[in-house]
Design a protein around this ligand. Structure first.
Ligand SMILES: Nc1ncnc2c1ncn2[C@@H]1O[C@H](COP(=O)(O)OP(=O)(O)OP(=O)(O)O)[C@@H](O)[C@H]1O
Length: 703
């Protein structure tokens, strides 16, 4: 296969990129290859077929996948002959119809007809009609069966693929775009559509060639009928010349958005519709302002937005020209009839064809034309679908950016849980991808086994980044991180995940019940209610037992229940008073306070590290674990942690000095990505540097 040429989208290079203003969008289209593209009618379709066939390895792969779905093979084996038969029946039907018309013609001329032949032909015609319906029903049954299985297969596969992405891969804009695109054309539907599109295009091709045979048969030997056929096709040929030009969607293009009004309008729309903004909108009294501002932008944009559906590539010619073409080409439909009229009026005795022939030619040629039109359409849709298929498989093949290591931490001699885990940063520098600026600059420190380390520093100084690197959410840009003396990148990721428990600053509340949220700390015991209760106790989340639905409560329900229409009760629908109260819609959902949510997240961390009997956790990381806790809860938490941690190593990132830093074996003071001070509380206070300054500042606040 030839290597595809690279297209560099340089908006300033007018020889390769054409820029058009499309409403609020800037539309860039690649014109570098346009000279080599076929611009002739029909040939553009061939170009599409060639391009689609270059992607055939994706189709082959898809077919292999489909055939591996249990129970699908026999149905596919059935579908192919059924589709072939379905495609040929219209031609057979057309043939019988033509035979009947010829019989009428003969009967009118000779005043005699063979009853037997008539019965056979009529029977054949009826059988063909019934066969057409029967085949359509059987095909529908087989297709429904296959569609259901294929959609189920791909639904699981997509979730499996996305579930395994690491953080940088998942956040990659390309992957995000694919996931977003697929939310409205579900992944699984795409594959089924490709299957349907391939089958449809092939069966249309067969249908067209068999119809072509029938038409050829009808026209053969009738010179005038051939002329009639040509005249019947005149409008179709003109339309084909007009529409069979390169598809405006085909080719490399890009859209860029820099219209401030449109950006504000869309931003306001998201804000107004989002649940997370609601409290701020209400409390800030922003409702009126937001909608009026939205309306103002919406109205000012009226002229510039090309519809609500987003950008649409510009047509190849102005609208008036297309309209003019329609007016000029429509009368061609009447050409065959007018020609016949003239022929009959001019020489009534020598007309070589009857009205029956006129009708026959008309229906045979029209159905051929329709077939050809469908074929062109099918090729268009097939090439688009194969493009989607390529995207689809590219997503499946996207490798994780964080590479797995090979050394098993659990089997190493250095791994001794009873002594905790050591962590060492050796000249570590790190920048978030694409960022020139370093979030950590040549950082070195060592946390001993079983030690308590507290990282302090201002907002944005790099505290969370250190924790992100220890958990391999990201990899270092330069330098090395050692866990128990081994480079973290050489260790199996699964083992690192087992050895380290982390509570992020922005922890997640999953759309699952509170019990499930906590249980996921240890997937092996995710449904063990005794352990979940125990973890909740340690995390200070025993308030759950006072909730009406206890551990079955949802913070955000993944599926909302609703009755006919939205109002939940006391509404009138179709003249009936409707009261849904007894159904208790979404009764198990309830929002929690910030501190309560933090306790749930803490409980999840404890489920993994302290409660699970199979816990291999030697290192606990907490990013601001008490930010939302009241002072008593904070005090209780740290006391519990000190009592329970045994020899596990603990690292905290925090702004709050106090009890925690007093007990720390190591305090790291981070400033703008550098470790500017390191030592214990006494050392750092004696040093009277940054740490001491902040300690005194906080102490002053309490005096
Ligand atoms: N995902 C990210 N992409 C790009 N830059 C980031 C990202 N996360 C953090 N940064 C940048 O890295 C630097 C360090 O951020 P970090 O989150 O480590 O600070 P922090 O000390 O934990 O701050 P805070 O106390 O506010 O939590 C900051 O300049 C921040 O803007």
């Amino acid at each position: 296969m030839p290597e595809p040429a690279t297209v560099l989208f340089d908006p300033d290079d007018y020889s390769i990129v054409k820029h058009t203003k499309l409403g609020v969008w800037d539309y860039y289209t690649d014109i570098s290859g346009s000279r080599s593209r076929f611009n002739l009618p029909l040939l553009s379709k061939i170009q599409l077929v060639i391009e689609a066939s270059q992607q055939s390895h994706h189709v082959t792969r898809m077919l292999q996948d489909l055939l591996s779905i249990p129970g699908c093979r026999p149905y596919f084996a059935l579908l192919v002959p059924l589709k072939l038969a379905e495609a040929s029946v219209p031609a057979i039907s057309l043939w019988y119809s033509s035979q009947l018309l010829l019989m009428v013609e003969k009967a009118m001329a000779e005043r005699t007809v063979s009853t037997e032949a008539l019965l056979w032909t009529a029977g054949g015609r009826i059988a063909a009609v019934l066969a057409e319906r029967l085949l359509a029903d059987v095909v529908e049954y087989v297709q429904d069966y296959l569609q259901e299985r294929i959609e189920r297969y791909y639904s699981v596969r997509v979730v499996q693929t996305v579930a395994k992405f690491d953080f940088p891969t998942f956040s990659d804009t390309n992957v995000q775009r694919q996931i977003e695109n697929r939310s409205y054309i579900s992944f699984s539907e795409t594959t089924w559509e490709v299957v349907v599109s391939i089958i449809q295009t092939f069966s249309t091709a067969i249908r067209v060639s068999s119809q072509f045979g029938v038409v050829f048969n009808v026209l053969r030997g009738h010179q005038e009928a051939a002329v009639l056929g040509l005249l019947t096709s005149a409008k179709f040929i003109l339309d084909a010349l007009n529409t069979f030009k390169p598809d405006r969607w085909v080719g490399v293009h890009a859209y860029k958005m820099s219209d401030k009004d449109y950006l504000v309008q869309e931003g306001l729309k998201c804000t107004i519709l989002s649940e997370t903004s609601r409290k701020d909108i209400v409390a800030g009294g922003l409702g009126d302002y937001l909608w009026q501002e939205f309306k103002r932008r919406f109205e000012s944009l009226k002229e510039r937005v090309p519809g609500d559906t987003g950008p649409y590539p510009p047509g190849h010619e102005p609208k008036w020209r297309e309209k003019l073409f329609d007016y000029a080409s429509d009368p061609f439909d009447a050409l065959a009839q007018i020609y016949t009229c003239f022929r009959v009026i001019n020489s009534p005795t020598s007309v070589p064809f009857s009205l029956a022939t006129l009708q026959l030619v008309n229906s045979a040629v029209s159905s051929l034309n329709q077939g050809l039109y469908n074929l062109g359409d099918g090729i268009n849709s097939l090439s688009a679908k194969i493009g989607q298929l390529r995207d689809f498989y590219e997503l499946f093949d996207t490798p994780n950016k964080i590479e797995d290591g090979t050394v098993s931490l659990m089997e190493e001699k250095t791994w001794d849980l009873s002594r905790g885990t050591s962590v060492e940063f050796k000249n570590v520098s790190f920048s978030y991808s694409g960022d020139e600026e370093l979030a950590l600059k040549n950082v070195s420190f060592e946390i001993g086994q079983g030690h308590l380390c507290v990282i302090v520093g201002e907002n944005g100084s790099g505290k969370s980044t250190i924790l992100n690197l220890i958990t391999r959410i990201y990899d270092v840009t330069e330098g090395q991180i050692l866990i128990n003396g081994m480079d973290i990148r050489t260790l199996k990721l699964d083992d690192v995940r087992k050895a380290v428990a982390v509570l992020f600053q922005e922890y997640a509340m999953f759309s699952l019940t509170l019990g499930e949220n906590i249980g996921l700390g240890d997937p092996v015991h995710a449904n063990d209610m005794d352990m979940i209760q125990e973890a909740a106790k340690l995390g200070g989340a025993d308030f759950i037992n006072t909730l009406p639905h206890k551990f079955d409560t949802y913070i955000s329900r993944p599926v909302y229940e609703h009755g006919y229409g939205y109002p939940p009760s006391d509404s009138v629908f179709f003249g009936k008073e409707v009261d849904f109260k007894k159904l208790k819609f979404n009764d198990d959902q309830r929002d929690l306070s910030g501190g309560q949510k933090q306790r749930i997240a803490l409980s999840r961390t404890f489920m993994k590290s302290l409660v699970s009997p199979s816990s291999k956790v030697g290192l606990l990381l907490f990013d601001e674990p008490s930010a939302a806790l009241d002072p008593k809860a904070e005090h209780d938490l740290f006391t519990r942690l000190r009592e329970l941690r045994g020899n596990k190593t603990m690292v905290f990132s925090t702004h709050r000095f106090g009890k925690l830093t007093r007990h720390a074996d190591l305090i790291l003071y981070v400033d703008k990505g550098n470790i500017v001070e390191a030592g214990n509380h006494v050392n750092l206070m004696e040093r009277n540097g940054e740490y001491a300054k902040f300690w005194n500042l906080q102490a002053e606040d309490f005096l």
